[in-house]
Design a protein around this ligand. Structure first.
Ligand code: FMN
Length: 176
């Protein structure tokens, strides 16, 4: 994956996409960043409450801070810190809070739009939420959901062996 994949169908992109963990030094272009952020804004959310709150880490200071909290930020020039505002998310009467699901859907939209732009990324939960919260002064009312390091892949970037392991339809689906 070295260039934008706009001629591909969505299904082909879901087949091709893999987690990129080595990046070139080049920052993501403003055009690509706009498209990625728009995809996150277009995501569905429970009752359309849109509780996702996303810190876009790009400054030298912010990147150094996130790399100090976790090694899973890799050498990405941009890292999204994806949160969800618990005061704005929809709560089902059965107790289910949609906060994390809503932010997750937004992030998945962003990951796929990034791929379409030729921007690689990895979904990351390998960090201590308490340390991350302190590092970026994240309000207590926001749930921290994930990190997404992203950028143009380095020429040496390769999919991990996990990428090629997919469970079968029989494992995953039940037709009733
Ligand atoms: C909730 C979640 C947490 C993850 N956390 C990490 C992580 O901390 N570090 C990492 O390198 N990859 C992480 N991943 C990426 C997965 O390892 C990866 O998506 C999976 O192995 C399939 O590989 P592929 O994305 O290349 O197809 C995470 C993925 C998800 C969905």
């Amino acid at each position: 994956m070295t260039e934008a994949t706009e001629s591909k169908t969505f299904l082909e992109m879901t087949r091709d996409r893999w987690s990129v963990r080595r990046f070139s030094d080049q920052q993501i272009s403003a055009e690509h960043m706009d498209r990625i952020l728009e995809a996150g804004r277009n995501a569905p959310s429970a009752c359309n409450y849109q509780p996702q709150r996303i810190l876009v880490l790009q400054s030298d200071e912010a990147i150094a801070t996130v790399r100090g909290v976790t090694g899973w930020a890799f050498n990405a020039p941009t890292v999204l810190l994806v949160c969800s505002d618990l005061t704005e998310s929809w709560k089902n009467p059965d107790g289910c809070d949609s906060a994390e699901v809503d932010a997750t859907i937004a992030l998945d939209h962003m990951m796929m739009e990034a791929w379409e732009c030729g921007v690689g990324s990895t979904w990351v939960r390998g960090f201590d939420e308490r340390v991350m919260r302190k590092a970026f002064n994240v309000p207590d009312t926001w749930k921290i959901v994930a990190l997404m390091p992203m950028g143009y892949p380095s020429e040496q970037a390769r999919p991990s062996r996990w990428h090629f392991k997919r469970k079968s339809n029989e494992d995953l689906y039940r037709f009733l």
